[in-house]
Design a protein around this ligand. Structure first.
Ligand code: GLU
Length: 267
């Protein structure tokens, strides 16, 4: 089971994402990647097959500046584990960068339609199809990034936890969930997003769990929660009670259990 970590705030994002991805390693994965934006810098995407340490090696001498970022550990379902199929995925015209947990069941049909409309694909993933679908709707419909994401998700059958960067609107992250869990951590002038609370708890105890069919528009100091159908919701903020050392112990117990070792995908 793969992992998602994202951040928007004032701090340099790269170390936050890398340490968050390491906290999610216990879930199992085959490749990892990161996208960095904000701070008036051009968006950058780095991804690599293998461990998070392999990703760390390739970014060592690269530009990793940015105060908004998304990171992913992939458990391949569509397309073999390699650098190209690793997330994040960037849309053909570079407007959207997406990380995704889950499976888009009707990706083949959507992909054919996008190819008919001139889209070209680099990877074999269902995620790149969703990424290009969001961009197609954004450019063709001349709508906001948020609306493009909501409209694209209304055409998707399957399960997803996604976090989206729009390179025209780098004051926000857009997160949505159906099936695959997502948690948002609320800090002071910063927000964290992750597939579980382990990467968040060292930064804040205040969290919002996204429900199915929820979409969150997350700015540095502002969060709007809606349904995919555009109905505004009141976020329910909960306090995490687990401490980091207890979580680490739990993770070690899981890692040492026979069930996990024999098939990490079960977890
Ligand atoms: N279906 C996507 C892929 O194969 C996401 C897999 C995952 O949840 O890591 O890239």
């Amino acid at each position: 089971m793969c992992g998602i970590v994202a951040y928007i705030g004032k701090k340099e994002v790269c170390p936050i994402i890398i340490s968050g991805l390491k906290r999610l390693e216990y879930r199992g994965y085959d490749s990892s990647g990161i996208a960095l934006a904000g701070n008036n810098t051009k968006a950058k995407v780095y991804k690599k097959k293998g461990k998070v340490s392999a990703l760390e090696n390739i970014i060592e001498n690269k530009d990793t500046s940015g105060t908004i970022g998304i990171g992913h550990t992939r458990w391949a379902t569509h397309g073999i584990p390699n650098d190209i199929n690793a997330h994040p995925h960037t849309s053909m015209n570079g407007k959207f960068i997406v990380i995704h947990n889950g499976i888009i069941e009707n990706y083949a049909r959507l992909k054919r339609k996008l190819i008919d409309r001139g889209y070209k694909f680099e990877s074999d993933t269902d995620t790149e199809v969703l990424t290009n679908l969001i961009e197609y709707i954004y450019l063709k419909g001349k709508v906001s990034a948020e609306m493009a994401v909501r409209l694209a998700l209304s055409k998707v059958v399957g399960a997803y936890g996604i976090v989206v960067i729009c390179t025209d609107e780098t004051d926000k992250l857009i997160a949505a969930r159906k099936g695959s869990p997502l948690v948002i951590g609320i800090g002071k002038d910063e927000h964290f997003i992750a597939s579980d609370a382990t990467p968040i708890i060292e930064h804040t105890n205040s969290v919002i769990y996204l429900n199915n069919d929820n979409i969150a528009i997350i700015k540095r100091s502002e969060l709007t929660l809606k349904t995919i159908g555009n109905e505004e919701l009141t976020p329910r903020i909960e306090q995490l009670t687990l401490e980091i050392d207890k979580i680490e112990k739990m993770v070690m117990t899981i890692l040492c259990s026979k069930k996990y070792l024999s098939n990490p995908a079960l977890f």
